[in-house]
Write a protein that binds this ligand. Structure first.
Ligand code: DAK
Length: 259
């Protein structure tokens, strides 16, 4: 397996890849290289049929404290306009397999935006989410003014973006930013267990389901329902659907192959 500088990548269970942000001295601040490595690892995971789901975590203390402020300080308008980061974010957003975040501690700025790029966030009870860019005289740059509104709604998004104030895990749960809150020392275990459940499903169906759900952010209801119908019809031709239905009728676990 490839080695990286800012992340650790391993395969703790069959079918599951674990990415751990690993810049503890900078509170896992996401410098360009960190984002590049995350994007590279996800691209490789997309190409690897053995990988069925990915979990990303920052470890037990902090998820990520945002973009690297020291690196950001070097950005003038031209550098910001031609910045490489949007390409890395696009790769992360385009990852086609289920992506789960296990978040403990701070998920701030780009860290909160990374949490919003994943499909399911499991947060520890002590997790804190925020978009503190306003404290630096700037604004979020990777969806904090867009995905956040669509996720938690305008009132809370405005409060977070304009004040820089953080929200705690219960508020993140109530507002839909996270799917589940666990005890702090159970976050990764729970995320891996959920990844294992998802990894046992048909990889074709999870891929198509993820795409359909994500497209709902952009499509109107009629177009979204149309996409859903077409995707459903497409899956009707798959061996996995035949296997899933046969397994149900024969009262045995399904064995999905992704065909
Ligand atoms: N960047 C770089 N270093 C950071 C950092 C960060 N975001 N956060 C923490 N560190 C470093 C600190 O400088 C310190 O380093 P040393 O002094 O030891 O060398 C070390 O991590 C420990 O930090 P603290 O002593 O502050 O640790 P605490 O546990 O007391 O506090 C904290 C943790 C996360 C609450 C605190 O460190 C903090 O508030 N950090 C900054 C959070 C923040 O403001 N994040 C938002 C960053 S801006 C773009 C548009 C926008 C953006 C980027 C691009 N374009 C359109 C191109 C902006 C995005 C952002 O995310």
């Amino acid at each position: 397996m490839q080695t990286y500088q800012d992340i650790l990548v391993d395969q703790p269970q069959e079918g599951i890849l674990l990415i751990t942000l690993n810049r503890p001295d900078a509170r896992n601040a996401l410098r360009n290289n960190s984002l590049r490595e995350i994007a590279d690892a996800l691209r490789a995971a997309d190409d690897d049929s053995e990988v069925r789901a990915v979990v990303i975590t920052g470890g037990e203390k902090y998820f990520a404290a945002g973009a690297d402020i020291k690196e950001m300080a070097q950005l003038g308008p031209i550098e910001a306009l031609t910045d490489v980061r949007p390409q890395y974010w696009k790769t992360i957003a385009a990852f086609s397999k289920p992506l789960i975040a296990a978040v403990n501690g701070y998920a701030l700025g780009a860290g909160c935006e990374l949490a919003m790029h994943v499909d399911i966030v499991i947060a520890g009870a002590g997790a804190k989410f925020g978009q503190p860019e306003i404290n630096l005289g700037t604004i979020p740059g990777a969806g904090g003014t867009q995905r956040l509104v669509k996720t938690v709604g305008k009132p809370l998004a405005m409060k977070m973006v304009l004040s820089g104030e953080m929200i705690d895990a219960p508020t993140a749960l109530a507002s839909g930013l996270v799917a589940e809150v666990t005890e702090d020392d159970k976050t990764l275990t729970r995320a891996l267990a959920l990844a294992a459940v998802i990894a046992s499903k048909s990889p074709l169906a999870t891929r198509v389901a993820k795409e359909a759900v994500l497209r709902s952010f952009e499509l109107g209801l009629e177009a979204g329902l149309n996409l859903e119908r077409k995707s459903f019809s497409l899956l009707a031709a798959s061996e996995d659907r035949r296997e899933g239905i046969a397994a149900f009728l024969e009262k045995r676990p399904a064995k999905f192959t992704g065909r």
